[in-house]
Ligand binder design. Structure first.
Ligand code: MCU
Length: 434
């Protein structure tokens, strides 16, 4: 019957595995960096001013540098990423300050404390810790807020859970000119940095403390981050802005999270002005773009790319149009092009092929990929390839959103183009019955 075939169509998943042959080197590339920002020494010049931004209805080319030329070697990604970071700070999130003058604290089996001193100001916050069974030191997943993330599955996989209260670092419900929380105690209540990067700064300081703790309880080089909804926005930005994070797992993040700001017309996603106005999640500078995102010189596919080649597992809900799941799929597909160019196409998973439409529900479909991602990027015992499983209810079309193609990047700093073009990723459609 018509209804039956419609029901069957709803559970057909589009599966686009990345070709194994071109991504064999990806486990090496997966390693998180030892520093928060590997490109901190890159000289970024030519950042545009707000008045000079051209309109671009498509997604900006992630491979094109501010000087107008495109990168041709993998080694150039480090400083191109830094350009994207600076653009994202200036126009989207506000600035994320680096490590403060003094960060101290403790790690125990049950909690982490963080004390920060900078320019004569101080603040502190803490997070509770739940260890898995077995003997440490353990990798850990920072979980924002208390809902949506499958903490039982995280611990069963062998990682500790760090329960992080983002509101201790950046409160909600404040006006933009009077922001509150540990971040704003240091950088001022009129800081133009939005809550998402304040939350990110807090997680970076937790990692500083874990690094300094000597590693007998938690490993500093095996940290993941996750959260759902507004905390999915947070998890996404946190992972993008600290390269020590080995695994980034945003869940149902919605507008101001993974979905492209340019947004698929008519999708029904929360509008940018609504998200900007609801809470100071985004930086104050974003206020100029809520009704003209086509002027943005950066979009969220490039935040996906900022995570590359590290582990990224984006979970999304195709049943709620307000979350912009189609627009999120385009961001993932666009950012995945950078993963592929870096030889790390196996390190990104996007999964919106789920049954239960409730926001931030516990989902059986994500348990296995969650644990596989933890094994691969945190425990370093697994090597399951990433997958793009987009529900046909919420499938965006990247080709409508880009006017650039993905380059084949050289391995060395030698910028001579390679003689053979890269193998395109395989794509096929897998039907699953419910
Ligand atoms: C999807 O995330 C947000 C959404 O942007 C808000 O408009 C709504 O109020 O809250 C969502 C959320 O965080 O739900 C828990």
């Amino acid at each position: 019957s018509k209804i039956r075939s419609r029901v069957v169509a709803l559970v057909v998943a589009v599966t686009l595995p990345f070709a194994g042959a071109v991504t064999v080197a990806s486990t090496e590339a997966a390693a998180a960096a030892g520093v928060e920002d590997e490109g901190a020494d890159c000289a970024v010049t030519g950042l545009p001013g707000e008045g000079t931004l051209p309109t671009n209805s498509r997604l900006p080319d992630p491979f094109r540098k501010l000087d107008g030329t495109r990168i041709s070697a993998k080694s150039e990604w480090r400083c191109r990423r830094e350009e994207i970071k600076k653009l994202a700070e200036r126009f989207v999130y506000g600035e994320k300050p680096g490590k403060p003058a003094s960060v101290t604290g403790t790690v125990s089996n049950t909690s982490i404390t963080v004390n920060v001193n900078h320019n004569g100001r101080s603040s502190s916050f803490s997070a509770s810790v739940s260890l898995p069974s077995g003997s440490g030191p353990f990798p850990a997943v920072v979980v924002l807020g208390g809902f949506g993330a499958d903490t039982a599955a995280i611990r069963a996989a062998g990682a500790a859970v760090i329960n992080y209260d983002p509101y201790a670092v950046g409160r909600e419900g404040t006006p933009r000119n009077n922001k509150q929380g540990a971040f704003y105690s240091i950088y001022g209540s009129s800081s133009s940095t939005g809550l998402l990067l304040a939350w990110a700064w807090g997680v970076s300081r937790i990692i500083d403390v874990i690094e300094q703790s000597g590693g007998s309880i938690l490993k500093a080089d095996a940290t993941g981050v996750t959260g759902c909804s507004r905390f999915g926005k947070g998890a996404f930005v946190i992972g993008a802005f600290d390269q020590r994070i080995a695994l980034t797992m945003p869940i149902e993040s919605g507008s101001a999270g993974v979905p492209i700001f340019r947004g698929i017309p008519g999708e029904g996603a929360q509008s940018l002005s609504s998200a900007y106005g609801e809470q100071p999640w985004l930086g104050d500078a974003f206020g100029s773009f809520t009704s003209s995102p086509t002027r943005l010189p950066v979009d969220t596919h490039e935040m996906v790319a900022m995570v590359a080649p590290r582990g990224l597992f984006i979970m999304d809900n195709p049943h709620i149009a307000n979350l912009g799941p189609r627009s999120a799929s385009v961001a993932a597909l666009g950012g995945a092009e950078v993963y592929k160019a870096l030889g790390a196409g196996d390190n990104i998973t996007y999964w919106s092929d789920i049954q239960d439409g409730n926001h931030c529900a516990n989902r059986p479909e994500w348990r296995t990929p969650l644990q596989q991602n933890i094994q691969k990027f945190l425990l370093k015992t697994g090597n399951a390839p990433g997958a793009i499983r987009i529900s046909p209810r919420a499938l965006g079309n990247l080709s409508e959103w880009r006017d650039w193609q993905t380059p084949t990047l050289n391995d060395s700093s030698d910028t001579t183009p390679p003689s053979t073009p890269g193998t395109p990723a395989a794509s096929n459609v897998t039907a699953t019955s419910a």
